[in-house]
Design a protein around this ligand. Structure first.
Ligand SMILES: NC(=O)c1ccc[n+]([C@@H]2O[C@H](COP(=O)([O-])OP(=O)(O)OC[C@H]3O[C@@H](n4cnc5c(N)ncnc54)[C@H](OP(=O)(O)O)[C@@H]3O)[C@@H](O)[C@H]2O)c1
Length: 220
């Protein structure tokens, strides 16, 4: 059985949809903070458990019987590492064999980007867990771009932080790739060890983004 956390989140929801095209609902369990948001999954025969990373006993129920766990990282700067460690401890306790963790490209203990430090800390904990694990190092979400660019479609200008080529990646593509890795072990790259980068093919800078937006919006 595959267990997926964060299954009502933006990425988790799409992974669940993709996984359900590959395995039967009885082979899937989800761990969500609010089970009413996952009633459509329960109706399809997916096991739905209400659990949070702050309550190990709720996770025990949600993870039991699982062989593989997709641990979708949380988005907070205060407790993320502690919460991820709790999930990993419980996974080990209940006999999960393999953890897939949603990390970030460039995860590093010395990264100036705090989220990347947290992902690296979680990866270190996974490496010490004794479990089989893969860290899916996701590219920067496309969906984060508008926030950074200050609504360029209206202003006609891009105001951005320091530029550089970035592999902006869509949730949709990440979800499909994650579902493939979760359901077909033969697709896990053999030459990368535990770290699996999942990014768009091309890295583009803000000039490239401006050109693409101009084309889509048909204005300069
Ligand atoms: N690569 C990137 O550019 C990038 C950008 C932003 C974030 N991220 C990372 O990718 C993750 C997934 O992204 P997303 O877009 O799917 O974000 P999201 O929609 O905020 O998903 C986060 C999920 O974590 C769950 N969660 C939060 N706190 C929890 C807790 N204490 N216990 C159990 N579950 C908890 C949320 O539950 P609910 O559904 O109940 O809210 C949600 O399903 C983020 O959380 C973050 O770590 C990556």
């Amino acid at each position: 059985m595959i267990v997926i956390t964060g299954a009502t989140g933006k990425l988790g929801k799409l992974v669940v949809q993709n996984v359900l095209t590959r395995v039967s609902p009885s082979q899937l369990a989800v761990s969500v903070r609010d089970s009413t948001k996952a009633s459509h999954l329960a109706d399809q025969g997916v096991r739905v458990a209400q659990a949070t990373f702050d309550d190990p006993s709720s996770l025990r129920e949600a993870f039991k019987g699982g062989e593989k766990l997709l641990l979708v990282s949380v988005d907070n700067f205060e407790n993320a590492v502690k919460q991820h460690k709790t999930a990993i401890d419980v996974a080990k306790e209940v006999g999960i064999q393999t953890i897939f963790y949603t990390s970030h490209i460039g995860a590093d203990l010395n990264s100036p980007f705090l989220a990347c430090q947290h992902h690296a800390e979680t990866e270190k904990y996974l490496s010490e867990s004794g479990l089989q694990w893969y860290s899916l190092r996701n590219g920067f979400y496309n969906e984060g771009l508008p926030m950074m660019l200050n609504n360029p479609a209206e202003s006609g200008a891009i105001y951005a932080p320091e530029d550089g080529p970035t592999s902006w990646t869509a949730h949709k593509d990440l979800a499909e790739a994650t579902a493939i890795l979760l359901t077909d072990e033969s697709k896990i790259p053999k030459d990368r060890g535990n770290l699996v980068p999942l990014t768009a093919f091309d890295a583009v800078d803000f000039q490239g983004i401006a050109e693409a937006l101009s084309q889509v919006l048909e204005k300069q």
